[in-house]
Design a protein around this ligand. Structure first.
Ligand code: COA
Length: 201
């Protein structure tokens, strides 16, 4: 919960429209099917930053509905300034629905968004999901390129899905993530990513 203000700050820098401020808290406290992660820069772990006030923003679609409550949880978080990205998914029966993924603009193009996606797919394996799916703006070629790299394919469109500009959403799905072909693809990409991150760190 202590990470939420910094996550909201990065969300504002990353999306044209944001979730309602209470959404992340609801997700963490009330949605037992939700899994959220933050990515931290160890070099920033001791730095404290003030959180700026929130201006009014258009909202992006937030589909939290009548989901069973999860037990209350308290997390002792390290300081917020070290958070440079976040991501999350919902497990819906055997489908992992990626709800959000973002990297602070200063940290992009370093393989870190990919690291978050790899982490989400790893979570999908751990929680027994068979497929991973998401929606992405038709204009968001950067994110689409990341998803295609990890085997996501277009499976349909949600017309005028984004209320801020009535943009369509592309619906993308992986194949079954436990299939030998996907496991091999995922492990190969993950190994290459970790080698890159190690070499560059
Ligand atoms: C999408 C996002 C998370 C990618 O994070 P990132 O750390 O910059 O991405 P990475 O450096 O890990 O790149 C991974 C892949 O993404 C794609 N990609 C990233 N930046 C790109 C760019 N500027 N142009 C084209 N492709 C790009 C490439 O496929 C890349 O793989 P490669 O390195 O083999 O070329 C980041 O751009 C972001 O936070 N965007 C705003 C929020 C958003 O749009 N989220 C997705 C909502 S559906």
């Amino acid at each position: 919960m202590a990470d939420v203000p910094r996550v909201i700050e990065i969300e504002k820098l990353s999306y044209p429209a944001t979730w309602p401020p209470s959404a992340y808290r609801k997700e963490l406290q009330d949605n037992r099917w939700a899994h959220y992660i933050v990515l931290r820069d160890k070099a920033l772990m001791q730095v404290q930053e003030p959180v700026p006030p929130e201006p009014e923003r258009p909202r992006r679609p937030f589909p939290l509905s009548l989901l069973p409550a999860r037990p209350a949880m308290t997390v002792g978080a390290p300081n917020q300034a070290s958070i440079i990205g976040f991501a999350g998914l919902w497990l819906m029966v055997d489908e992992a629905h990626i709800t959000t993924i973002a990297i602070h603009p200063d940290y992009r193009r370093k393989g870190l968004g990919e690291l978050e996606l790899v982490s989400l797919i790893d979570i999908a394996y751990q929680i027994g999901a068979k497929w991973v799916t998401l929606e992405v703006r038709v204009s968001n070629f950067v994110a689409q390129s990341l998803y295609r790299k990890y085997g996501f394919r277009e499976a349909g469109m949600r017309h005028r899905y984004y209320s801020d500009n009535q943009e369509d959403a592309l619906i993308m799905w992986t194949e079954e993530i436990s299939s030998p072909a996907y496991v091999e693809r995922f492990q190969t990409l993950k190994t290459a990513l970790f080698q890159r991150l190690e070499a560059e760190s």
